[in-house]
Design a protein around this ligand. Structure first.
Ligand code: ATP
Length: 199
């Protein structure tokens, strides 16, 4: 089974693309949702987070995101520690999930595929790209936030040139009508490659 990692900056449309793969019957692993779930439910992860960031990281059994954000924001060492706790747990969970799936290929969605080293756990990578102004406009419309807030988040992510250079495939998401054919083409490719006899 082929594992495909899909990434892209904020507002690029990676969730939209992943939904289209799901509509074609492909199992999609949402790594952001998985990280949130594991931080809440996984006993080992909870212990490690509390040991590093203090018992205040959890309030009434729930992760206190505001507290944790305050601990890591502007503190690269603390952020690296948090990532070193959470990322391996997500990778292990993704690998266990993959073993339970059937089909030609599965999709992993991650905004930080390359930053988190997740690309080493997939066989193909796809970057969803879109012009900056479109991404800002879409994100503001979706989240009701300011353009400046979106720009700040974009600055902390890999730029499209880097994504383009590192990904095996790209999907340029400008016109919504172009998206389904682009997803269809990759879907056919991955299914073909999964079934192709190995040389
Ligand atoms: P994030 O990193 O913030 O999760 P994302 O890359 O997953 O963002 P989406 O949530 O898929 O991006 O898309 C952002 C918004 O833009 C959504 O509201 C989506 O419906 C809309 N959108 C995506 N692609 C297009 C398009 N081609 N035309 C118009 N709207 C679009």
């Amino acid at each position: 089974m082929i594992r495909v990692g899909i990434t892209g900056g904020i507002g690029s449309g990676k969730s939209t693309v992943c939904r289209m793969f799901a509509e074609r019957g492909v199992a999609v692993y949402d790594s952001d949702a998985a990280a949130k779930r594991l931080m809440r439910d996984d006993a080992t992860l909870r212990e490690r987070i509390a040991a590093r960031f203090g018992a205040a990281a959890y309030r009434d059994g729930e992760l206190d995101r505001t507290y944790l954000a305050g601990q890591v924001f502007g503190h690269p060492d603390a952020l690296a520690d948090l990532n070193a706790i959470v990322h391996p747990a997500v990778i292990a969970d993704f690998e266990a999930w993959t073993r339970r799936q059937q089909g030609d290929y599965v999709v992993l969605e991650s905004a930080i595929l390359f930053e988190a080293g997740l690309e080493r756990h997939v066989d193909r990578t796809v970057a969803v790209l879109a012009p900056l102004d479109l991404r800002i406009e879409r994100t503001c419309r979706r989240d009701g936030c300011t353009a400046d807030a979106v720009r700040r988040r974009i600055e902390s992510q890999l730029d499209d040139d880097t994504l383009c250079a590192r990904a095996d495939y790209t999907i340029v998401n400008i016109l919504e009508s172009d998206l389904a054919p682009a997803v269809g083409e990759l879907d056919r490719r991955f299914r073909y490659e999964a079934r192709m006899p190995r040389a």
